[in-house]
Design a protein around this ligand. Structure first.
Ligand SMILES: CC(C)=CCC/C(C)=C/CC/C(C)=C/CC/C(C)=C/[C@@H]1[C@@H](COP(=O)(O)OP(=O)(O)O)[C@]1(C)CC/C=C(\C)CC/C=C(\C)CCC=C(C)C
Length: 612
């Protein structure tokens, strides 16, 4: 009996496991735990018979003086634990690197008979051929019973699994970013090559000389060992990608899978993978791709927060963001007031059409509102909006959202039309006007987000729902105050808008005109900057007041949405914290949160309520 193999774990496999666990724990969901368990179970059960055969045929051996003693099918328990911990570590690295990825956007509709469809057919076949040839080579090596036996046994064991996983998930394996495929294969493989070199040198495990090629990748690392670790990490990552491919199909296509259990059974996962890619909803995928692009390009805070939401809620929030953003942009970027008004009116018509009532035909039959609305709204959207807007409109989950907040949001955008060159304060005459504006453009967004949360995680009582809505509404206004405080200069120079109530400006002996001119001047004097600091401070004070009042309610949301909502709110409020730093207070520029700080704030918010 000895401790050498146990020491390998203590020194090399357990420390990275602890570090990865620490990093991933706040992000870990029930589905992640299920995925980890699923992969470990498959890894252990598929490796035991093979490893046991290798030991019993003396291809591998473990000197009794280096292992503790207990064995499972002749395999030392340290070795069985190796299968577990290697799968665990590679899986956690994969999960961490994949968190920012919305898997649905990497699905692809393979239209039959098209060049693209043909291309995918060849990609699939080429992979299958490569793994089939590897298997064949393995058989030849094993049959020869010579120096390539061990290499052959690795090929024969791994290639069929790789062939099967490739056949099921080739699309995802090709389309996912390399950070989700190559990196989680390469990093653990290199690491284990180093560990293996050290273990072989110390004699912790021994490869018999008659059945190995004798070729080394570097001094001390047998080629067989290098291939073994490369293949096992490929198997783990291919398995994870296939799992996520199945979950993406389940989440993305409600027409195929109307409801999705929190933990889909293995049979359901396989069913999802077997849905032909030619039957995918191609427009839905493109709409999501456009929405994710929009979210990534336009809001770093919400992009970061979106990665902490799960499943269909994440998809719905991404589409909702895209809708709000493009509606705002259509109006803001219109060439003149008349065009902006037209966009508001078209958006209103689209919303009206999406929510009209059931209709009775003259023959007494009923046209269900849902079907009728979808048809009418689709037709209207296609005829009246640019191509890159239409798909988002069509995917907007109106069945899960109330009409009223959407109409109020459009009223908020309409308020922006009242700002003119000669009326810089537009509709904002008093503090209460500013509250109304914030309620319309941001309070409504909060209500819509909470409705989606409660739809996807049902069970909130009516009384609680009302309370949550009221607090969420306040939180939306809080975020809008921060948004205004951040964008004072941009609003003044690019849109000629002044959202600060004239009364507040008067207190600083400013008018909307002098304030906007001061912000527009490249080098405002110290005197002006002091006043700017005071006004910004007042906006932020209101923002933090509303934030303090409402943030407790986040802890009353359904459990699954609490931490992600905290991340969304905190990463936006971090902008307010940056603005309040003494160094920034008296600057005219736009505050941004450095990437590392955004990640830190998000990670911190996942752990629990943040101290103010
Ligand atoms: C995680 C995720 C994808 C969330 C999506 C949230 C969402 C749908 C946001 C829409 C934002 C948007 C474009 C609205 C149009 C009007 C507007 C510009 C509002 C301002 C947002 C700023 O967005 P962005 O940074 O892209 O804009 P600019 O860079 O300034 O151009 C707002 C500041 C409003 C945002 C308000 C919310 C997201 C509501 C927050 C409140 C909650 C989520 C509720 C919290 C729950 C409780 C119980 C307190």
């Amino acid at each position: 009996m000895g401790y050498d193999y146990a020491l390998v774990h203590l020194t090399y496999t357990l420390p990275p496991a602890a570090l990865l666990t620490l990093l991933y724990a706040p992000l870990c969901t029930k589905l992640d735990l299920y995925e980890i368990g699923f992969l470990i179970t498959i890894a252990v059960t598929s490796t035991i018979p093979w490893d046991s055969y290798l030991i019993r045929t003396n291809i591998w051996s473990y000197p009794p003086s280096v292992v503790l003693g207990p064995k499972i099918f002749d395999i030392p328990i340290e070795e069985v634990f190796f299968f577990v911990i290697q799968t665990f570590n590679t899986t956690l690295l994969y999960l961490i690197l994949s968190k920012p990825v919305l898997h649905s956007v990497h699905l692809f509709k393979e239209a039959k008979g098209t060049r693209e469809g043909q291309k995918w057919k060849y990609i699939k076949l080429m992979g299958q051929l490569a793994f089939a040839l590897t298997f064949k080579k393995g058989i030849d090596y094993v049959r020869a019973e010579g120096k390539q036996t061990y290499l052959g046994l690795i090929f024969v064991w791994a290639a069929p699994f790789l062939w099967m996983l490739w056949s099921l998930a080739y699309q995802f394996l090709v389309r996912l970013p390399l950070t989700s495929t190559l990196v989680p294969i390469v990093v653990p493989t290199l690491y284990l090559w180093v560990v293996d070199t050290l273990a072989l040198k110390r004699g912790t495990w021994v490869i018999e000389s008659g059945t190995k090629t004798g070729i080394t990748l570097w001094p001390g690392l047998e080629i067989e060992e290098a291939v073994f670790f490369l293949f096992t990490n490929c198997l783990i990552v291919f398995g994870l990608v296939a799992f996520d491919n199945a979950v993406a199909v389940l989440n993305t296509f409600p027409a195929h899978f109307p409801s999705v259990p929190t933990l889909p059974s293995p049979a359901l996962l396989v069913r999802a993978l077997l849905v032909p890619a030619s039957t995918y909803d191609g427009d839905g995928i493109v709409a999501l791709q456009q929405s994710v692009q929009r979210l990534k390009a336009k809001s770093r805070s919400f992009y970061l927060a979106s990665s902490t939401f799960q499943g269909r809620l994440r998809i719905d929030l991404t589409i909702l963001y895209s809708f709000c953003r493009l509606a705002d942009d259509l109006i803001d970027n219109a060439k003149d007031a008349a065009e902006a008004k037209q966009w508001v009116s078209k958006l209103k018509t689209f919303v009206d059409l999406s929510y009209s009532e059931d209709e009775k035909k003259p023959d007494g039959s009923l046209v269900k509102a849902n079907d009728k609305n979808q048809g009418q709204a689709t037709l209207f959207a296609v005829r009246n909006f640019p191509d890159d807007v239409v798909l988002t409109l069509l995917l907007l989950p109106t069945q899960r959202l109330d009409k009223e907040p959407l109409c109020e949001l459009l009223k908020g955008f309409e308020m922006d039309l009242a700002f003119t060159q000669s009326n810089l304060s537009g509709p904002i005459k008093t503090e209460s006007d500013l509250d109304t504006y914030g309620a319309r453009v941001a309070g409504t967004v909060a209500l819509l987000c909470i409705q989606l949360v409660m739809y996807h995680y049902p069970g909130t009582s009516e009384v609680k729902a009302k309370r949550l809505m009221a607090s969420g509404h306040d939180m939306g206004i809080a975020l809008q105050y921060t948004n205004i405080a951040r964008d004072l200069a941009v609003d003044a120079t690019e849109s000629k808008r002044c959202y600060v109530p004239p009364g507040w400006l008067k207190k600083e002996k400013l008018t909307p005109e002098s304030f906007v001119n001061g912000l527009k001047s490249g080098t405002p004097d110290e005197f002006f900057l002091k006043k700017l600091g005071a006004i910004r401070g007042r906006l932020l004070e209101r923002s933090f007041g509303l934030y303090d009042k409402s943030r407790g309610a986040i802890e009353e949301l359904p459990r699954e949405a609490r931490a992600p909502m905290r991340v969304a709110v905190e990463s936006y409020m971090q902008i307010a914290r940056e603005l309040r730093r003494p160094g920034f207070m008296a600057q005219a520029g736009r505050a941004t949160v450095p990437k590392w700080k955004r990640i830190w704030v998000g990670w911190r918010a996942l752990l629990g309520p943040v101290k103010r």
